[in-house]
Design a protein around this ligand. Structure first.
Ligand code: HGY
Ligand code: MN
Ligand code: MN
Length: 401
């Protein structure tokens, strides 16, 4: 991996924006799957990511450390500070900017700003929840709510870190606020022809593992009315999930993962494990929909005698971003000559975890084509430049009061 020349402070913002994009694409080469961008919690490619991010943080004048949850953290200045961050892990077959843009752009801001308030930039080790099914492992450690599942602790040890140090990862009261730059991951800013979005709130999120227990049997010799087909039942249920998820305008529901056992062409599926992801800005709407979807799963008992069981993996409340920080971002965008759009985030972000402890805000960068969690995810250089310009003005005007 070739390193980069110092971020030249005198460079115009457009060159810095190009550098930010180049660095995101360089980190995208750190993958578990050649030909794809896949980087899960503390997987081997995360070491190279840490090497590069450490180098960029140090050249921006930061003191760098890695905490027990695997978050890489750079601090510039002393005393009460603003935290800027996002996540460095990805979904399978991801794009190059989800999470990563926020870390690289935060470092670029510190390196570019001739004078800025004390800042800590954090690259969270895990936000997506891909490796162990539980999201926000990185940011939860910062709010003193670390994930303590044994497989997670084992992965921390395997990476050469010590779970006993997890309490030290928590932020103190010297972290006064949290700011996250993130791609929008949806079509709204493109439709509104706006480069930037200011997030007013993040939707609440429920995640479940749902299992359908049928009976494996011979695909040729078993008549249709003698079957307990777990996959047929799951398919029936997925249709119900989509129907319920479509009943409310601000509700979304997704079955993103399906595992079928034993998975042979000539065997009736005996067991199916499915994921369920339900989100809404209204906690009531979300929890009501989850209740209906789970009772639809229980209904499968009467349909081909397939029993459903489930385990809740996440119940994250919808949360507002800090209005005064959002206002400061809006003013900074205006002063920098950019139109912004105030909006709710349908995607979850580390800011929803930090917001339970400190005032938090998110500045969205337009997603061309509204595409994310896909290799075609990208950003426009001029929009990254806009985010840098607004970030610099925000740092100029925002006080640690
Ligand atoms: O799932 C999400 O909303 C985020 O990409 N982790
Ligand atoms: Mn994501
Ligand atoms: Mn993300």
């Amino acid at each position: 991996m070739d390193d980069f020349a110092l971020l030249d402070r005198s460079a115009h913002l457009s060159e810095t924006a190009d550098e930010v994009i180049r660095r995101c694409r360089l980190l995208a080469e750190c993958t578990e799957e050649p030909g794809h961008i896949t980087r899960t919690f503390l997987s081997p490619p995360m070491r190279e990511v840490h090497r590069l991010v450490r180098h960029w943080m140090e050249e921006a004048g930061m003191r760098v450390s890695v905490d027990a949850a695997g978050n890489i953290r750079g601090v510039k200045g002393d005393g009460p500070r603003l935290m800027i961050g996002s996540h460095l892990d990805t979904v399978p077959h991801a794009g190059a900017f989800d999470g990563i843009l926020g870390v690289v752009l935060g470092i670029a801001l510190v390196g570019y700003a001739l004078a800025c308030p004390p800042i800590e930039v954090v690259g969270f080790s895990e936000e997506e929840g891909v490796r162990f099914g539980v999201p926000f492992i990185g940011s939860r450690a910062l709010i003193a709510d670390p994930v303590m599942d044994e497989p997670v602790l084992e992965a921390i040890r395997a990476f050469g870190l010590d779970p006993a140090q997890l309490p030290q990862a928590a932020i103190g009261d010297d972290v006064k606020a949290y700011l996250e730059f993130h791609i929008e991951q949806g079509p709204v800013l493109e439709e509104k022809k706006r480069p930037l979005g200011i997030v007013s709130a993040i939707v609440g999120q429920s995640r479940y593992d749902v299992t359908f227990h049928g009976m494996a049997n011979h695909a040729g010799a078993t008549p249709m009315n003698h079957r307990s087909d777990a996959l047929a039942a799951a398919a029936h249920w997925i249709g119900a999930v989509e129907e319920i998820g479509s009943e409310e305008p601000d509700l979304v529901a997704t079955v993103g993962r399906l595992e079928v056992e034993p998975g042979a062409t000539n065997v009736i599926p005996g067991l199916v494990r499915a994921s369920l992801d339900v989100r809404s800005a209204s906690n009531f709407t979300r929890l009501e929909a989850v209740r209906n979807m789970l009772s639809a799963a229980a209904e499968m008992k009467n349909w081909r005698n397939v029993t459903a069981t489930w385990e809740e993996r996440l119940n994250q409340l919808a949360i507002d971003m800090d209005p005064s920080m959002a206002q400061a971002l809006r003013a900074a965008a205006k002063a920098a000559g950019y139109k912004s759009h105030s909006m709710v985030s349908g995607a979850g972000h580390d800011a929803m975890i930090l917001a339970t402890k400190v005032p938090s805000a998110i500045l969205f960068v337009r997603s061309p084509g509204g595409i994310s969690h896909h290799p075609d995810e990208t950003v426009l250089p001029e929009d990254v430049e806009a985010a840098l310009a607004v970030g610099l003005r925000f740092l100029d005007t925002w006080s640690l009061s």
